[in-house]
Design a protein around this ligand. Sequence first.
Ligand SMILES: Cc1cc2nc3c(=O)[nH]c(=O)nc-3n(C[C@H](O)[C@H](O)[C@H](O)COP(=O)(O)OP(=O)(O)OC[C@H]3O[C@@H](n4cnc5c(N)ncnc54)[C@H](O)[C@@H]3O)c2cc1C
Length: 405
Amino acid sequence: MLVEQTFVGDGASGRNGGFLSSSLTHGETNGDYYFPGEKDRLDELGQQNLKEYIESLNRYGIDADYENVGVTSVATNDAMAAQLRKQYEAEKAAGRDVVWFDREAMQREVKSPTYMAGLWRRGDHDGVIHPGRLCWGLKKTILSLGVRIFEGTPVKDLKPDGDGMRTVCDGGTVRSDKVLMATNGFRSPLSQIRKSVIPVWDYQLATEPLSEEQLEAIGWGKTRHALSNEANMFHYYRMTSDNRITWGGGGTVCYFYGSRTDQGVADDRARFEQLSREFLETFPQLEGVKFTHRWSGIIASSTRFCMVPGTAFNGRVSWAVGYTGLGVGATRFGARVGLELLGYQPSDILDMLFVKKKAMNWVPEPLRWIGVTLTRHALIKADANGGKRGLWLKLLDFFHMGFAC
Ligand SMILES: Cc1cc2nc3c(=O)[nH]c(=O)nc-3n(C[C@H](O)[C@H](O)[C@H](O)COP(=O)(O)OP(=O)(O)OC[C@H]3O[C@@H](n4cnc5c(N)ncnc54)[C@H](O)[C@@H]3O)c2cc1C
C-alpha cells in the first residue's frame, strides 16, 4: 500500500531535471570522502542499479523519454577548465568512457560564449528521462501489480501496535507489519528524519520548443548533450523530446528559515527572473525566446550530501532520504536499502559504511539558517572569484563538513 499526502509525482520525483546518474553518492569524490574504501563497490552498485532501472522501464513498458546521452560538464573559466582537464585525465586513466572538448570542440557541440572546455562522461546508462512520465508510468505499473495507492492522505504519526505498526493518516489508520518512509525533504512525522534532512528549494524554467533557426544558433541538437557547469552553484540543463530547454539550479537554489516548504517560496518570481537572466548569459543568441513553464521543488539535503538510511521501532520502520539533488537514479537503490533494512532479502550492502555510518544531524535554528546561508553566499563568492575558496569554506573543509567535489 502506498500512502501519499498529495499525488504521485508532486514531490521532487515529478519536478526534477531528469538527469539520470549512476552515482549513489553525489559524485565519486563526495562518496570517497564520506565512505573511504567503498569507491569501487559503490560504483559497481550504482552501475548495476541503473542497468536494472532501464531493464524495469523496458519490462513494464514505461515510456519515460529515456535518452542515453551521459552528462557533459562545461567549464566557464580558465580555473574550471584546468580542473576539468585533470578530472578527464584521471577518469581516462581509470578506463572511463570520457571525451574531452577544448574550447573550439565544445563550441562545435553547443555554442555559448561562456564555454571554455567540456568533458562528456558518456557512462554506461547515464542520460536523461522525463520525470513526470516516469512517475505516471511507475504509478500505472504498481497499480497493475496490485499495489493500492491512497493519494491525498498525509501520514501524521507512526505508532507501534503489537508486533506491527499503526500509520495514522488524515482519514484513516493503516495497520501493517512494516513501513518504509520515503518522505525525502518534506516534514516527516519522525524526528530522526527531520534532523537528518533540510528542504532546499530548486527552481526551473522551460522554453518554448526551439525552432530550426534557434537550434542552429546554439548548435545544440546533434548530440542532445545533457549539460551542467562546474560552478559550485551550478546550472543543469537539457533538451526535451520536443526540443525545449529546461534550465535549473544556479544562484537561485536556496534554503529558507525554519525549513519553509510553503507556496510563498515555491513561486518566487524574483528567482525565476534571475534564472532567465542566467539563461541568457549562457545563450545570448536566444534573446526573445519564450519561457512557457516555471516550477520549483524540494531537494532534501543531508549533511553528507547523499542518501541517509535509517530504522526505528526495532526495525519495523525504515527510511531512505536526503539524496541532495541527485536522486533520480539513486532513489531506486535507496528503496532497495530501505527494504533490506526491513528484513527483505538482506545482503552484504547492510554492512557497508554507506549504510551503517550515521549521518551528522543538522543543527537547530537559528544556527541552521545562519550556517546554510553563510555557506551559500561563500559558494556564490567563490564562483565569482574563479573558484577560490574563502575563509568560511576553508573552515568547513578543515572540519570535513562540506560537499567534496
Ligand atoms: C527542481 C529539482 C531538480 C532536480 N534535478 C535532479 C536531476 O536532474 N537528477 C537527479 O538525480 N536528481 C534531481 N533532483 C533530486 C531528485 O528529484 C530527488 O532526489 C528524488 O526525486 C527524490 O525522490 P523521493 O521519492 O525520495 O522524494 P520525493 O519525490 O520528494 O517524494 C516524496 C513524497 O513523499 C510525500 N510525502 C511527504 N511527506 C508525507 C507524509 N507525511 N505523508 C504522505 N506523503 C508524504 C510527498 O508528497 C512526495 O510525493 C532534483 C530535485 C529538484 C527539486
